[in-house]
Design a protein around this ligand. Structure first.
Ligand code: COA
Length: 259
């Protein structure tokens, strides 16, 4: 599938999505958000894809937010549609049944920070900067930033960053638990691929079950403990469970088929 605002590639079970508006700091305009959803759908539907990595073109920006020039003239009704659409797509990333890693290679501001936070894991290069600078524009985050930042770093620090618009450097992001790892820029994709390779060796069924159960923690309408009991018992009817336990007992490496 060809895109105007993204570069995509599929290699060794990893589908990579590169946000590609370098002259605009990879700002997320409406076209890009729509293409992001199409790329995600393609990755989700492909049996060959075991994981997704989202990054930005160049070494300056992951994404410097929603496109300010595009929404500057919006009124409330258009802004509501923009936010609803963004929420829907970022929820799709968060609820994806394949792991999604944000490889944060520079500024992840506003919608860029929100996009990174909707991914299951974040790996940052040493010069990455996170932040929700919307208040400087007289607006608040609209793609989930007020909620996900609190989840990751707690109410007090999240409130501070949301109100001051201060940027969070990679080291602080690591300390606060916003990112999983910080790497040198040239090691960023290598680290992401290393994690994906480990996950790819597991049963795709259990990967989906773990992601669903973790996601349930954040949904008031689902009892995550109940879901875990259900999914745990479901494992016992699968070939992959038989393969995993047999391989352990026979002292060999398992070969999972996803059935
Ligand atoms: N929307 C639209 N355009 C953006 C953008 C955004 N969120 N962020 C950067 N750009 C554009 C700039 O307007 C500029 O375009 P131009 O060359 O046509 O003038 C280009 O990207 C380069 O940005 P510039 O500001 O010149 O780079 P910089 O290195 O001096 O600063 C940032 C980088 C990221 C700190 C700065 O661009 C910035 O603060 N961006 C906005 C961040 C933001 O408020 N995001 C939340 C949006 S809701």
């Amino acid at each position: 599938m060809a895109f105007n605002t993204l570069l995509t590639a599929s290699n060794n079970g990893i589908y990579s999505i590169t946000i590609n508006r370098p002259d605009k700091m990879n700002a997320l305009n409406i076209e890009l958000i729509g293409e992001l959803e199409r790329a995600l759908d393609e990755a989700i539907q492909s049996d060959d894809v075991r994981g997704i990595i989202i990054t930005g073109t160049g070494d300056k920006a992951f994404a410097a937010g929603a496109d300010i020039a595009e929404f500057a003239s919006f009124r409330a009704e258009q802004a509501k549609a923009l936010a609803e659409n963004g929420h829907r797509i970022f929820n799709k990333i968060e609820q994806c049944t394949k792991p999604v890693i944000a490889a944060v290679n520079g500024f992840a501001l506003g919608g860029g920070c929100e996009l990174a936070m909707s991914c299951h894991m974040r790996i940052a290069s040493t010069h990455a900067q996170f932040g929700q600078p919307e208040v400087k524009l007289g607006v608040i985050p609209g793609y989930g930033g007020t909620q996900r930042l609190v989840r990751y770093i707690g109410r007090a620090r999240a409130t501070e960053f949301l109100l001051t618009a201060d940027m969070i450097d990679a080291g602080t992001a690591l300390q606060l638990g916003l990112v999983n790892y910080v790497t040198a820029p040239d090691q960023l994709m290598i680290k992401c691929e290393e994690i994906m390779k480990k996950v790819a060796g597991k049963s795709p069924l259990v990967v989906k079950q773990v992601l669903d159960c973790v996601d349930a923690y954040y949904h008031k309408q689902t009892d995550g403990f109940e879901l875990e009991i259900q999914e745990f018992s479901n494992c016992f009817n699968t070939d992959d469970f038989k393969e995993g336990t047999s391989a352990f007992l026979e002292k060999r490496k398992p070969s999972f088929k996803g059935t």
